[in-house]
Design a protein around this ligand. Structure first.
Ligand SMILES: Nc1ncnc2c1ncn2[C@@H]1O[C@H](COP(=O)(O)OP(=O)(O)OP(=O)(O)O)[C@@H](O)[C@H]1O
Length: 223
């Protein structure tokens, strides 16, 4: 099954098209990179895939369903750009960050229960983050914050991971550790990954890439 299929997608915020007649096919288990200069439309493309924006023209299919009929967004793990994480102003711990993403299972009282924390704790352990579970996320280094965000995305056992420049501002050693985590999720667990990145060199040395696309003047071109 195709994880993502995009046909003839055109999108504009105002008058001018940011994306024009874009086509994209991602098979289950693939690792796809989206490249392109600043302001070329990479984040916009991801937001369209996540259902946050609606295209003026074209079709998006997620895991075999038209996006308009798709209801299981928890099958899609999203890791935003790091500056969004920095905007968490209150001192939420790693454990809380991860457990809170189970919100769909909370029931009538909208707070995590013991079982949710236990599940989050187990995942943090599996992902090598047990030492940081009690740390406020906004006090961690960039690399650790992004690993915490990956755990947050992973708690719902997603089939597809969408990452938007996940290592911008992260130091070299932590970047490599981060990409090795992604390699494990993709190669060992078979999770489909779509990643926007500027760090082609580091990514290519750690990951097996299926396809690279670049956004050039609104068009999505394979490169
Ligand atoms: N909410 C918005 N309203 C109007 N224009 C927007 C909005 N968000 C983005 N844009 C514009 O759309 C274009 C594409 O933006 P986008 O953020 O998708 O680019 P990007 O490739 O992700 O850039 P970067 O690499 O800098 O993150 C840019 O010209 C940007 O200024």
């Amino acid at each position: 099954m195709k994880a993502v299929e995009i046909k003839d997608l055109t999108f504009a915020y105002g008058q001018e098209d940011v994306l024009k007649d874009c086509q994209l096919q991602v098979e289950t288990g693939e690792m796809t990179l989206i490249l392109g200069g600043n302001g070329s439309g990479k984040s916009t493309l991801l937001k369209l895939m996540l259902g946050e924006l609606k295209a003026q023209k074209g079709e998006i299919h997620l895991l075999g369903k038209k996006i308009q009929d798709y209801r299981s967004f928890k099958e899609i793990g999203y890791v935003p750009q790091i500056n969004i994480v920095n905007k968490i102003a209150f001192p939420i711990t790693c454990l809380e960050l991860v457990a809170l993403n189970l919100y769909e299972d909370f029931g009538p009282i909208k707070i995590p229960r013991k079982s949710h924390y236990a599940k989050a704790e187990q995942l943090l352990e599996e992902m090598g983050m047990a030492d940081y579970k009690k740390y406020p996320v906004n006090e961690l280094s960039g690399g650790l914050q992004q690993r915490a965000m990956i755990c947050r995305a992973m708690i719902n056992q997603p089939k597809l991971l969408i990452l938007d420049e996940p290592t911008a501002g992260v130091d070299k050693v932590n970047k490599e550790k981060f990409f090795r985590t992604i390699a494990h999720l993709n190669q060992d667990l078979g999770i489909t990954v779509i990643m926007v990145t500027h760090e082609l060199k580091e990514v290519e040395s750690c990951l097996e890439i299926s396809h690279r696309y670049s956004i050039e003047e609104g068009r999505l071109v394979q490169c």
